[in-house]
Design a protein around this ligand. Structure first.
Ligand SMILES: [Zn+2]
Length: 262
């Protein structure tokens, strides 16, 4: 049994391994990626996004990491953060997030902060937009050169993310995408879906996608009139998207309407 659990862990870079939670769905894609970070040869690990409450996932995490130094949370959504308090209770590892409500045994993250744990240099980068409390974690070499980035739901391994209005907002999201684009061709370790080779490439695609959606919504408002509802716009503009996620598309449309009207 234990052997099976260990096999779920996949090494992606020398410092980062992923444990896929078995919670697949339209919003979680294959499931939540829980990341384990540690320098080669280092005993203690950082856990990023322990996922939703799930005894089996937690047992696999605790078994794999030997010792957990710190738990980090990319943002407040349940599929990333829910299991953090139980993991704190089980291991004593402090939990840190941007939102103080999601912290346990330590203070909130600070934008630009350098975290020293797991034998790694991990830089906190605030990237509001998907939610107001979204952060990315940049792994740096000993010389301070960025090598990889954990993006939570700000960048996904497949498809595009939802701007979760009203907590999320499009203006900050576009600014975050531009900040990320400036970091260059880092390996992307997302909260859902496969890892990607280049942050520069995927952020360019995301920015182009956002521009295209904004253009479509402007066009829809011209056709349907300025009083068109978010739902009517989803039915028109997001006709290519599976109906099971229209509720999420509606949040993105509300965020885009706010942006266009603001
Ligand atoms: Zn999320």
């Amino acid at each position: 049994m234990t052997g099976l659990l260990y096999e779920q862990v996949r090494r992606v870079t020398p410092e980062a391994s992923v444990l896929l939670q078995r919670n697949p769905g339209p919003m979680t894609l294959d499931g939540t990626n829980t990341w384990l970070l540690r320098a080669p040869g280092e005993g203690t690990a950082i856990v990023v996004d322990p996922g939703e409450t799930d005894d089996e996932h937690q047992a696999a995490l605790v078994g794999t990491a030997d010792s957990i130094a710190l738990v980090l949370v990319t943002h407040r959504h349940r599929d990333h953060s829910e299991a953090a308090p139980a993991l704190h209770d089980a291991t004593g590892a402090p939990v840190r997030a941007l939102d103080p409500e999601h912290c346990r045994g330590a203070g909130p993250l600070v934008n630009g902060e350098l975290i020293d744990a797991g034998g790694l240099r991990t830089r906190v980068l605030a990237t509001p937009g998907h939610t107001s409390d979204s952060v990315c974690f940049v792994l740096e070499s000993a010389e301070g050169v960025p090598t990889a980035i954990l993006t939570g739901d700000t960048i996904l391994g497949r498809g595009t993310t939802v701007v979760a209005h009203p907590d999320g907002a499009l203006g900050p999201y576009l600014a975050s995408l531009r900040t990320l684009h400036a970091l260059g061709a880092l390996a992307v370790l997302p909260g859902h879906g496969p890892d990607l080779p280049s942050l520069a490439v995927v952020t360019e695609e995301y920015l182009a996608h956002r521009e295209e959606r904004l253009r479509q919504i402007r066009d829809a408002l011209v056709r349907m009139g300025p009083d068109a509802t978010a739902r009517q716009i989803v039915e028109d503009v997001y006709a290519d998207v599976d109906e099971s996620v229209w509720w999420a598309a509606e949040l993105s449309v509300r965020a885009q309407l706010d942006y266009l009207r603001g």
